[in-house]
Design a protein around this ligand. Structure first.
Ligand code: PLP
Length: 403
């Protein structure tokens, strides 16, 4: 019975045009199957060498001169690169800075302040916790009302649900492109259009799609977006996040953390804050240069592979997980808590059964590393550049044995 699925893994790996990229990552001794690349991407071998080189040749020798010579431009330079490779964003609209949480605050506060007559923000119950918490804080600060859409945790937010709640009071809507639990891909262009027709701004969290699912922020007419770089972009634990602000809004939206790095003339050190022109106004303090070095290596890899090829393999990987789930795991009472339609399914699959949380530790002990999401979901994350079909087969056969 298992032979068929094992043979398929062999055939899929043999036909995989991205197979060679696995060797570019550092080996993880003892790890049989890394099924959590959507929470923390693996390090590239190249990253260690680049960090060493940066520390010795740039930080170590350029010292403070490094700021004037290059580093001040990194947030916008790497932002532009990320925008063109992964976000469908023309230059001058993306910066790398802060964390996703902080950028959600900065952008969402700027957005609601730019729509002062409107008293409501629309969000959904299944969005990532930090997104919900930050909006709760902004609502409390500004006396706004949150309008919650109850999302089906097996799918995600649908355009009709958004159309039902937006209206003349809506200042902002915020959703995730790919739902962190189910992997549902929201219809960004349709929902953005609905928000715009109501006169609201549309903001998207692309943490779970950047580097995995193609994104077209410009073409979809998205107003604002945020995402993190330590998931599919392999930037490393706590790597800086990125923010996108559509060029037409850059003079209108004003983020609230007015630091010197977002000042028109940071080094004049003058009285009173004046926003820098363009996307740079989103910066607050000194950019995390050291932490951008691994991200550049991740972006180089993505540039080489191409996001379309990554997405093609991702769809095959998640499809293979569904086949295994149907054949091996469904008879054991496991259900699939992710979309079956590949067009609506992102880069991970959640498998669910009461008590699944108890399996996490024994799986980790065996070097099989999925993620756990309450109440009873095991999330199988599949980073296409670092994951093989054989690895998925091996990891899920261990799950089957323990289930
Ligand atoms: C991972 C993730 C975050 C993380 O935010 P941090 O500030 O980096 O902790 C936020 N939103 C979504 C949707 C995520 O998946």
């Amino acid at each position: 019975m298992t032979d068929d699925l094992a043979a398929r893994a062999v055939a899929l790996d043999a036909a995989d045009p991205l197979a060679g990229y696995r060797d570019r990552f550092l080996p993880a001794p003892g790890v049989q199957a890394y099924l959590d690349g959507n929470s923390l991407g693996k390090p590239l071998a190249e990253t260690a060498a680049r960090m060493d080189r940066f520390i010795r040749a740039e930080w170590g020798t350029r010292l403070i001169r490094g700021w004037d010579e290059a580093w001040l431009e990194w947030p916008g330079r790497i932002g532009d690169r990320l925008g063109s490779l992964a976000l469908g964003a023309a230059p001058g609209q993306t910066v790398v800075a802060d964390s996703t949480t902080v950028l959600i605050y900065k952008l969402a506060r700027a957005a609601v302040d730019a729509r002062p007559g409107r008293r409501e923000v629309v969000l959904d119950t299944d969005n990532f916790p930090t997104d919900r918490y930050v909006l709760e804080g902004i609502a409390a600060e500004r006396g706004l009302t949150l309008r919650w859409i109850e999302t089906d945790p097996l799918t995600g937010v649908h355009p009709a649900q958004v159309a039902d709640v937006v209206g003349p009071q809506t200042a902002l809507v915020l959703f995730s492109h790919v739902a962190y639990r189910s992997g549902w891909i929201a219809d960004v262009p349709a929902i953005t259009r609905i928000a715009h027709e109501a006169g609201a701004l549309a903001m998207w969290d692309v943490c779970h799609s950047a580097g995995s699912v193609p994104i077209e922020l410009d073409a979809w007419e998205v107003d604002l977006a945020v995402g993190c770089s330590y998931k599919y972009l392999n930037g490393g634990p706590g790597a800086p996040a990125f923010a996108y602000l559509r060029s037409g809004l850059q003079d209108e939206l004003r983020q609230p953390i007015r630091g010197w790095m977002g000042h028109r003339a940071a080094f004049e050190m003058g009285h009173g804050h004046e926003y820098a022109p363009g996307i740079r106004a989103l910066l607050s303090g000194t950019p995390p240069i050291l932490a951008m070095v691994p991200l550049e290596a991740g972006l180089d890899l993505l540039a080489e592979a191409g996001v379309e090829a990554v997405r093609a393999k991702s769809t095959l990987l998640t499809g293979y997980v569904l086949d295994i789930a149907d054949e091996w795991l469904a008879p054991l009472g496991v259900t699939v808590a992710s979309p079956r339609d590949p067009a609506r399914r992102g880069g991970h699959v959640t498998l669910s059964r009461p008590g699944f949380g108890d399996l996490l530790q024994p799986l980790w002990d065996d070097g099989v590393i999925p993620d756990y999401r309450r109440p009873d979901g095991l999330r199988i994350g599949l980073a296409p550049l670092s994951t093989s079909f054989a690895e998925v087969h091996q990891g899920l056969s261990r799950l089957r044995d323990l289930a």
